[in-house]
Design a protein around this ligand. Structure first.
Ligand code: HEC
Ligand code: HEC
Length: 155
């Protein structure tokens, strides 16, 4: 009798343990995922990254800003630098810098305080800058670029 209840108890413990382990794995919370020069872990260049990389989505990490950069010939432009400023044209305070990777993608899960809006400047790898004139309150760049607006580009 004692033996049986002990074995039932231990199976319950083992089953509970496995259920917890599986549910933890499935829950998929946020995690740090930040692009850097020459990295190749990213995928889906040109697609709307923040369709999946958000709370409740299945992408790894919830991005606060993400997108893809091309050159004038619409080929991927690797290793550019994305900077967010409080002022237009690279003025005001530099709030965030993101290194784009080898696939032309940039992304971060770090907090970005968009406040009443930020301005973005892209720097290519040979001193060329492009900038968005309008103010941004979202980092979901490919939601517009590559869809309703041309690709983000630099040379
Ligand atoms: C359709 C959904 C979807 C879209 C769109 C998407 N991702 Fe993902 N992403 C995922 C999933 C799911 C994973 C985790 C599994 C995997 O690695 O494929 C992931 C993983 C990643 C990883 C981690 C890979 C690793 O090995 O560590 C990076 C980096 C990444 N995505 C970047 C991006 C970028 C940048 C974009 C947009 C250009 C993007 N993703 C668009 C679903 C998506
Ligand atoms: C709501 C739509 C929208 C979003 C979101 C958006 N853009 Fe733009 N972007 C535009 C429009 C429209 C223009 C052209 C007019 C202008 O410069 O304001 C533009 C122009 C640009 C330009 C100027 C050169 C070029 O490539 O056309 C850059 C660089 C740029 N955006 C980068 C970004 C980055 C980086 C993000 C994400 C942090 C972003 N944009 C998010 C709509 C958007």
């Amino acid at each position: 009798m004692k033996k049986i209840s002990i074995s039932i108890l231990s199976s319950v413990i083992i089953i509970t343990f496995f259920m917890l382990a599986v549910s933890c794995e499935k829950e998929d919370g946020n995690e740090t995922n930040i692009s850097s020069y020459d990295a190749t872990e990213s995928h889906n260049t040109g697609e709307v990254c923040m369709q999946c990389h958000i709370s409740g989505g299945d992408g790894e990490g919830w991005f606060t800003a993400a997108g893809s950069i091309y050159n004038l010939q619409s080929t991927i432009f690797p290793n550019a630098t994305v900077r967010f400023y409080t002022g237009q044209d690279g003025t005001g305070t530099l709030v965030k810098t993101i290194e784009a990777d080898a696939n032309g993608n940039f992304y971060t899960t770090e907090d970005i305080n968009f406040g009443s809006g930020l301005y973005v400047v892209i720097e290519g790898t040979s001193g060329v800058f492009t900038k968005m004139n309008s103010i941004l309150t979202t980092g979901n760049c490919n939601n517009c670029h590559g869809n309703s607006v041309d690709n983000i580009w630099v040379e």
